[in-house]
Write a protein that binds this ligand. Structure first.
Ligand code: ATP
Ligand code: MG
Ligand code: MG
Length: 383
């Protein structure tokens, strides 16, 4: 046993599952709080899991009692429960950080106060259609209407293209706490996985992320046609942003690279992130290894976060048929450099994250050539 401490995780989805893959290699037990047979529990047989909702107070308490460190694989948790258990168990990152980040508008205000450039935002909570029109006059069109909370994979965003869209936008999101963002006319989206340890802040390499319908589709490491000066500037910005928060662990930092090479932060995730999946094959330590080590104060050599080989990650999103992800995985089996990850979620639904594939190769061009037919097949199944 490398470590007898037990890690408790709120949430048992694919991020929890990949965290367990890393923990298993170090003989570290991870207790998962989620429904039975969630993706994470499927690969971890011990009696320390807790069956229930990570939104239920009694279950969170039970998890805290049976773990040495509690962490999350999702930020949509009740941080008041975590605040309550924080005197019995270490919570990483801090509940204060989770509370600030889970509200995307509060997160942006906080970053701005700390001198970090973010997309310009206006509060719309409690306001009506008229206020949405006023945003249009102030920001111009298009602008992005966003829910402050419970947002993921673009569920919570609405592109307001003109004043004619305002009613439909309010119809779609009006029941949620809203804010508006000025449209970022970006050249590219970038992301950096940041690791906050007891000693400081480290970063993985900068990656390019490609979103389709507001869902991450592909990541490229390194980014295509971006200078080293910019990838380093992105790492510095990500470091500065995460340095402003309390607690340890991995954070995903999403950014817009504007046409004039200015960088703006889009949003932060206080946990391992889709844009860091590539690290499993492409770096000596993965984002999951790093998260586990950071929250347990296990050493992380900074150079272990380097890119060993260029890589491309393709998300396996559910298509039109319930077995679309299996068809994609089967196709990937014929590729010599493809690592296939399926998440154990059962039937696919359109747009649902069912797995991912990472290809690493000596050059990005070789990785691109190998993954291209697979990307075309994914597009075909999407219908
Ligand atoms: P995630 O699954 O990453 O948590 P989310 O639902 O929180 O996503 P955002 O990250 O806010 O959504 O937005 C999703 C995508 O929508 C972005 O990656 C980007 O492509 C686009 N987008 C978001 N905000 C803006 C903006 N202000 N201007 C232009 N495009 C934007
Ligand atoms: Mg988000
Ligand atoms: Mg996002």
């Amino acid at each position: 046993m490398a470590d007898s401490r037990k890690v408790g995780v709120l949430g048992g989805g694919q991020l929890g599952r990949m965290l367990i893959e890393a923990a298993n290699r170090l003989n570290i037990q991870v207790n998962v709080l989620d429904v039975a047979a969630s993706p994470a529990k499927q690969i971890s047989a011990h009696d320390g899991h807790i069956q229930g909702s990570f939104k239920d107070a009694a279950s969170v308490k039970k998890l805290a009692q049976s773990s040495d460190v509690v962490t999350v694989e999702i930020e949509h948790v009740d941080t008041h429960m975590l605040e309550e258990v924080a005197d019995q168990v270490t919570v990483e990152p801090s509940w204060k950080t989770l509370r600030m980040i889970k509200d995307k508008y509060a997160q942006k205000l906080y970053l701005k106060e700390h001198g970090v450039d973010v997309a310009e935002s206006l509060d719309l909570e409690g306001k009506g259609v008229q206020a949405l029109k006023e945003v249009g006059s102030s920001f111009g069109y298009p602008y992005m209407l966003k829910s402050k909370t419970e947002a993921y994979d673009g569920k919570g965003n609405y592109v307001v293209k003109s004043e004619n869209d305002v009613d439909a936008a309010f119809e779609a999101l009006g029941k949620r706490p809203l804010y508006a963002e000025r449209w970022a006319d970006f050249r590219m989206e970038l992301a950096v996985m940041v690791v906050k340890t007891k000693d400081g802040v480290l970063t993985f390499p900068t990656v390019e992320t490609v979103h389709e319908d507001s869902i991450c589709k592909l990541t490229y490491a390194p980014p295509r046609n971006v200078s080293r000066a910019i990838t380093e500037k992105a790492q510095d910005l990500a470091k500065k942003a995460i340095g402003a928060f309390e607690g340890k662990g991995v954070f995903g930092v999403e950014m817009f690279l504007l046409k004039d090479d200015k960088l703006l932060i889009n949003e932060i995730a206080p946990r391992p992130h889709n844009s860091g999946h590539y690290t499993i094959e492409a770096c000596p330590l993965s984002q999951y290894d790093a998260h586990l080590r950071a929250i347990l104060d296990i050493p992380i050599p900074a150079s272990a976060l380097r890119l060993r080989e260029p890589s491309i990650m393709l998300n396996i999103l559910g298509g039109q048929s319930p077995d679309s992800h299996i068809q994609i995985a089967n196709r990937a089996l014929t590729l010599p450099n493809a690592s296939i990850h399926l998440y154990g979620k059962g039937d696919a639904r359109p747009g649902r994250k069912m797995g991912h594939i990472t290809i690493t190769a000596p050059t990005l061009a070789e990785a691109e050539a190998e993954i291209q037919p697979l990307v075309a097949f994914v597009d075909e199944l999407k219908g």
